[in-house]
Each structure stands twice: as C-alpha cells, then as structure tokens.
Design a protein around this ligand. Structure first.
Ligand code: ADP
Ligand code: MG
Ligand code: ZN
Length: 481
C-alpha cells in the first residue's frame, strides 16, 4: 500500500451513576417520558447552582485506574471549565467540561492484536455533562427538545493517534468496552448510546513522518461501524490524494446502510468556545485516599490478567476472547479447572454455547443459575462419552438451571441418557431395516439421503435414546453390499 493510515479515537462513555453529574435527577431515562427527569439545574434556570456528584468522580477514578493513568497513586488537582456555545439542546448556552486539568491524564490501553500486545496511548479523559436530545418530527416545522439526558455524566477518553488499521481501531474500541465494564464505570449499552466513538482518520505516504489531514466521523455506536469508517475513509482519502487533491479537515457522519461516511461540517464553521474556569464549581483535590478507595473497588482481574490466566487451558485465542467478553462465563470456566484439552473443548462449548444461550433465553445472568461448575463439567463429560446427546444435554441443563440435583441423577430420572450399548443399537437397526425395504434399497442404489431417513427411524424407535453417530456406523456396516 502506498499510504499508511493513522487513527485516533475519542470515546464518550456514559457513567453508571444513579443521579446526574450536577443535580439529583435520575440518570436512567431509557424508559422515561421526555422531560420526566429534569430540574432547575439541568434545564439551566437562572440562579440554579450545580453540585458535583461524588459518585461520578469515583467512577472516573476507576476509569483512570483501568486506563493506567495513576501509576504513582499521588494526589492531584482537577477542575471544571465552561465551554460556550449555543445549541437548542443545551439551554444554559454552555457545557460544563474540563479543559486543561482533566481528571485523567496520560495512560494507555493494551490488548492482544495479531499475536502481539498492542499499546495505544491515552492522551487524556475528562468529565463533562451531556446535552439534551432534539427530534425533528417528519413534515412539521418545529423540533422537540427532551432534556432527560441533559446533565448525564460523560467521560470523554481521547486516544493518541496510535492505531494503524481498521482491525486495530476495532480491537481498541472493544478493549475500551471491556475495561469500562470490568471497572463498573458504565453499563456500556451500545444500543442506548452509553458508549459512542468519534473516529479520526488520516493518510500519509508510507515512510512519511508528518501526519496527513484528518477527518472525524462522529457518534458511532458499534464496533463494526468503527472499522467501517476507517475502511471507507482510507479508500475515499486515497482517491483524493491520488488525484493530487487535498483532504478537507471536517466532521463526517456514518451512513450504516450504505457503509459510507458523508460530510457534516467543515472546520471553517468551527467555534471559538471561549473556555474559562467554571465559576460555580470549586476545583477538586483528588487525594491518595480517594485513589485507594477507587483501587479497592476494582475487580481482582482486568481483561489482560484474565487472558493470561485463560491462556494454555486448551482453548483457542478466539474462545479466550469469548470468555473475556463474558465475565460470568469466565468465572465458571476458571472454577472448572480442566487440564485435559479434549475435555476443555467440550466444557467450553457447554458453558459458552449452551449456558449463555440459556441465560439469554431466561433473561437472567449466569450467576443466578443454580448449576455448579462441577455439573457443567459432568454434562460435558457425559456428552464426550456418548452417554448424552447434544440435544438432550441442552434439555438437561435447562432442568438443572433452577435446581441442580446432579447431572447423572436427573439425566437418568428423566430418561435423557443415550444408548451406546452395541447390542441394543443393533436390535433397533435390524428392526428398522426390516420395516423399511424401500429406503434400504434406495440407499444401496447409491442414494445417500436415504441413510439419514433410516437413522431418523432408529432414533424414533429408541425414543431419542440411541447414539446417532453409532447408529450411522452400524447402518452403513449392515447395508454394505
Ligand atoms: P479535536 O479536539 O479538535 O478533536 P485533538 O487534537 O484533541 O483534536 O485530537 C482528537 C483526536 O484525533 C485524538 O484522538 C487524536 O489522536 C486524533 N488525531 C489527531 N491528529 C490526527 C491525525 N492526523 N490523524 C488521525 N488522528 C488524529
Ligand atoms: Mg474532537
Ligand atoms: Zn436535574
């Protein structure tokens, strides 16, 4: 490739506090009617004063720890600033944010990428209040303002321009998602916009030192969109540069259905925000004690540590990532403590495949299930040994979910065990061969499909208890001419 791509990402993370950043209003408006969660502070009535939410500061500190920003654990000073601009979703005419003394300074994010550990620098992350939401009803000459979201605490995490491919940008976004979830900073519900990515992309000639002119595609709410923007911008900008023209620095949007970015506004219209220290909020001194409290609230293992523990347990890198994305499944998995790689494979499939699917179907978390890790392992072993069909193993797990009475015991009582005894299987297959002369003849004439029918008949006759792969073998053997 003639060009090298350079990518930096700004991420807005909605903090999972009960109340908003500067008032007592409910911070969860997912199911609320418009303007149900508002007060004089968040709709900016004259004279209303903001009070900083301590919980938001605590969550931001945890985010800072997750981003490796407080390695010295020393106290520091942070303050708020006013960013002035007019927009109908922000009735105060300014946003309270942080300018030169953000709550999170230099840090980094590390994640596995193409067999190595990739490090992306974090420039800074600051606390700020979100704006409201505008809707523009179709065919009407007015817009509607909903201020439920106004004042919601956001953390804006700014990365260094350290990423060099679409896949790397996506992996970074995913890692940030894991980190924020592990640290309990945010619900990270992408659907509700709890996490939004602004992706900056530029190209430079391979070997060139200076960065090229970038575009910023804003408000992406999926990892796929992050990768999509990079791929599309690489192509678009390369065409511009190849034609001897210049890339315009601008804000762009993402059209999901077309898989294309489009121009929103150019830098010429950029605001002068006239930042100044927020006069209504005292600065904050973050003490070592506050950092210690935040540190005590961090989970035992962060994603990289969990990966290390999961590595070499007989599962692939991809399976490790599935467990990293499902902390509860990872916990259950680690309790299994399986050394035999063959068994590891089975147990993994039960855990991640069936247990997670079951949890999802029930709308519950894995932690709410009564099934112990030992039982999961036992079910896996029964399948591996041919005593239980994979279909029946799902039924068994569903029964054990509410009340774990033991895998063997329940499988036997419910008639779920699979017959792998050769004598019994032969009797069933003989019967089916006798009862189905036409399919037998068809199979012997070379119609492979007929075998499937015969296996099905054996399964029916055995009331689902026959071991299908064994029946298959026995039938093939018996029908050989
Ligand atoms: P702004 O506040 O105007 O968006 P910043 O300098 O804070 O500008 O940069 C925002 C983001 O853009 C950062 O994540 C940074 O890494 C990234 N970035 C800056 N320059 C480039 C570039 N030339 N190409 C790609 N990304 C860039
Ligand atoms: Mg920006
Ligand atoms: Zn309020």
């Amino acid at each position: 490739m003639k060009y090298e791509v350079v990518i930096g990402i700004e991420t807005h993370v909605q903090l999972a506090t009960k109340s908003k950043l500067f008032c007592g209003c409910n911070n969860d408006s997912r199911e609320a009617k418009p303007n149900a969660h508002v007060c004089p502070v968040c709709i900016a009535l004259p004279g209303a004063l903001p009070v900083l939410n301590k919980a938001a500061v605590e969550l931001a500190l945890k985010a800072g720890l997750a981003l490796n920003a407080y390695s010295d654990m020393l106290e520091f000073h942070t303050k708020f600033d006013r960013k002035n601009y007019f927009y109908p979703d922000s009735p105060s005419g300014y946003q309270i944010t942080q300018f030169d003394e953000p709550i999170i300074g230099n840090g980094f994010v590390e994640f596995p990428f193409e067999g190595e550990t990739k490090r992306v620098g974090i420039t800074r992350a600051h606390l700020e209040a979100d704006a409201g939401k505008l809707t523009h009803p179709a065919g009407k000459d007015y817009s509607l303002v909903d201020l439920n979201r106004a004042g919601t605490p956001l953390l804006e995490i700014v990365s260094e321009p350290d990423m060099r491919s679409a896949a790397e940008a996506k992996a970074y976004a995913e890692e940030l998602y894991h980190l924020m979830r592990y640290a309990g900073v945010s619900d990270c519900d992408l659907y509700y916009g709890n996490m939004r990515f602004d992706v900056n992309v530029s190209l430079r000639l391979a070997g060139q030192k200076e960065f090229g002119t970038r575009t910023e595609s804003k408000n992406l709410n999926s990892f796929r969109a992050v990768a999509g923007v990079v791929e599309y911008e690489m192509k678009r900008q390369a065409e511009i540069l190849d034609a001897g023209e210049k890339v315009v620095q601008e804000t762009r949007g993402w059209d999901e259905s077309k898989g294309e970015t489009f121009s929103q506004r150019t830098k010429e219209e950029a605001h002068d925000y006239r930042y100044f220290p927020e006069p209504d909020l005292p600065p904050v001194q973050v003490t070592s004690d506050m950092l210690k409290v935040a540190s005590n609230g961090m989970p035992e293992k962060m994603p990289m540590e969990l990966r290390q523990e999961l590595a070499g347990a007989g599962i692939s890198g991809r399976e490790v990532e599935t467990l990293v994305a499902n902390i509860e499944a990872a916990e259950l998995w680690l309790q299994l403590n399986i050394e035999n790689p063959e068994q590891a494979k089975f147990a993994f499939n039960w855990l991640v495949g069936d247990m997670l699917r079951l949890a999802e179907a029930k709308g519950k978390s894995l932690r709410e299930s009564d099934v112990s890790s030992l039982t999961v392992a036992a079910v896996g072993e029964m399948v591996a040994a041919g005593k239980l069909s994979s279909t029946n193993s799902k039924a068994l797990l569903a029964m054990l979910w509410e009340n774990d009475e033991g895998a063997h015991h329940v499988a036997e009582r419910e008639g779920l065990l699979q017959q792998s005894d050769a004598g019994e299987l032969e009797a069933w297959t003989d019967q089916v061969i006798k009862d189905n002369p036409k399919p037998v003849a068809d199979y012997q004439k070379g119609e492979a499909k007929a075998l499937g029918f015969l296996v099905g008949q054996v399964m029916k006759l055995s009331k689902g208890q026959a071991n299908p792969p064994m029946v298959n073998e026995i039938l093939k053997d018996k029908l050989k001419k």
